[in-house]
Design a protein around this ligand. Structure first.
Ligand code: GGG
Length: 355
């Protein structure tokens, strides 16, 4: 019997559609190789163009529609003409929140054939797994804008750290570190954020008592940002808040060969709702439509989807194919100093997987 995975595709804006197409090619090829499962992709035209036509980033019953899928595959959101806080909140962030995708998993790993811009870094030194809290914290969306335009104008943006939200992400990170036999580093900022991060550190210490076998470390976010550059091998599994995770994983992307290689999974571990897989990068309006967006982050996210669906062997096959492609160094997009188009990279990956 063949299992059919129903995948909602929100290719989104800018280079989103181009790069997602390559991930879809790879997923179809992997399914064909195996023969016991297949993918049924349903495309949703949501994003900034949809907003221009309808005044909404997604259908009004969009969340309801997405509920019936096994997973969501998302490209990029945001385009000049739509304020960034609208494009992000009314599509990407609302999906993460509505589906309680509270774990954002972002590998920061220097694959074979990828180049770290720092001379002093060995390949094996850059092998981190970021676990970013993904539904609250600094991205709670709570705040206010008072006395707008007046002399006494005040803007509030509230960070929300619930006991449940903080405990569950830290526990997830401990479970991951334990399973992988690696250390866990918590990144916070308790010296300055005297409520939220004091609480975060306290919860980290409490949960840590349940995992005596996991070696731990804690850093302030500013020190961590520096240490990721000067001594990246300190970091293995890392747990941090929503904003810090967003920023630090861009530093991680630079270490691991560029934003074109940075992948992410937004996971609801209880599987009550679909999880969502997306490259870390945005829509890159400057190169949109030129067919040169780097699809490797999208393909890596597709590999994360395969892991999530229980096909880790194929998840690894896809990563191996990315490494082979990087090492042969002939079919890369311009951001990686190549001359290939987005679809040439996708086609080459499919051929490597088939060989
Ligand atoms: N790949 C989806 C995308 O366009 N991301 C852009 C972005 O700003 N993401 C912010 C976040 O991950 O919180």
């Amino acid at each position: 019997m063949t299992t059919t995975y129903k995948i909602a595709v929100i290719a989104g804006d800018g280079i989103g559609p181009e790069v997602i197409d390559q991930g879809i090619k790879v997923l179809h090829k992997v399914a064909e190789l195996d023969g016991s499962f297949q993918f049924d992709f349903t495309h949703f035209p949501w994003g900034c163009e949809y907003y221009a036509e309808t005044g909404h980033m997604m259908a009004e019953d969009g969340i309801e529609q997405l509920k019936q899928f096994d997973a969501i595959y998302l490209g990029a959101v945001g385009f000049p003409g739509v304020p960034d806080h609208i494009s992000l909140w009314d599509l990407l962030l609302i999906i993460r929140k509505s589906f309680d995708q509270y774990v954002n998993i972002r590998p920061v790993k220097l694959l074979k054939g990828a180049h770290c811009p720092l001379a002093n870094v060995n390949r094996e030194d850059v092998d981190m797994l970021f676990i970013r809290e993904n539904t609250e914290g600094e991205y709670s969306g709570a705040g206010d804008w008072l006395y707008k335009g007046q002399e006494n104008e005040v803007v509030l943006q509230n960070a929300v750290f619930s006991r449940k939200g903080t405990e569950r992400i830290i526990r997830y990170a401990f479970e991951t570190a334990k399973k992988q036999g690696r250390s866990l580093t918590s990144i916070s900022k308790a010296n300055a954020l005297n409520y939220s991060m004091v609480f975060w550190d306290q919860v980290f210490e409490e949960v840590s008592a349940e995992y005596p076998e996991v070696e731990t470390a804690s850093y302030l976010v500013d020190a961590a940002a520096m240490l990721m550059i000067t001594d990246p091998k300190r970091f293995e599994v890392v747990v941090t808040s929503n904003l810090f995770g967003d920023i630090l994983t861009d530093i991680g992307a630079a270490l691991a060969g560029g934003i074109g290689l940075a992948a992410g999974a937004n996971v609801n571990p209880e599987r009550e709702f679909p999880s969502m897989f997306e490259p870390v990068h945005g829509s890159a309006p400057d190169i949109a439509g030129k067919g040169i967006g780097n699809p490797l982050a999208s393909v890596w996210s597709a590999s994360q989807m395969l892991d999530y669906l229980g096909h880790d062997n194929y998840g690894k096959l896809v990563i191996d194919a990315i490494e082979d492609l990087l090492m042969e160094n002939t079919t890369l997009t311009p951001d990686m100093k190549g001359t290939a188009s987005t679809s040439e990279v996708g086609d080459r990956l499919v051929r490597i997987i088939t060989e």
